[in-house]
Design a protein around this ligand. Sequence first.
Ligand code: BEZ
Length: 248
Amino acid sequence: MTQAWNPVDYQEKGSFVPVLGEPLLDLLAPMAGMRVLDVGCGDGALTWKIIEKGATVVGIDASEEMVQAARARGIDAVCVSACDMVFDGEFDAAFSNAALHWMTENPARVLRNIAGALKPGGRFVAEMGGEGNILRIREAERIALQRRQLDLDVLAPKFFPSAETYKAMLEAAGLVVSQMTLFNRKTRLPDGVAGWLKVFSTGVLSALQNDDIPAFLQEVEALARPYLTDEQGWFADYVRLRFVAVKQ
Ligand code: BEZ
């Protein structure tokens, strides 16, 4: 099941994703002469910041719409899934922000392809949703979908591994983990969970009857409100897995 992306909505309502990914750039430390593969580059907002530091970047993404948006910024972007990409030991580093949890079909193969793309000694610097990520959002979505005889894990599968599981997977792909942290990142949602779903859960919304979408969004918000609101309003229960791994 692939989700359709709307780059305009994403740039308007999802711009916090590349902003929150900026600390990852410090870990990558891009510089002139460095060749970087951006895995799941999306519309290229963060990719562009790597280029601004002088590195040469190839971005890949499975969404044609996002690749077009990245190319419109002047980025060398290719529409291919990380599961199918073939690069042979040509990059000094691979980078990925908020993308690996979408790649549910064969995550071990994704990691083998990333390792294959790196030169020996090349680094893979990435952040993704980790164990427990958006647990309350998904529980609310799951219940509202069950009421409609629909299954969240079929409509919108996600891969949010524990640190232990992902470390073992990286190592099986030939990468040695030099640092890894799993941390909570409470993230403000100015448009509530309903606004978040409209940008990030289009795979679910497109499975509903159009005239049922407002009721669905209301139900999800009612289920999530006790867990995902405080005195400042709505937030998302993000949990991030951030790591650096080195190709042997
Ligand atoms: C995330 O960045 O954690 C995420 C975004 C959209 C859907 C699922 C997870």
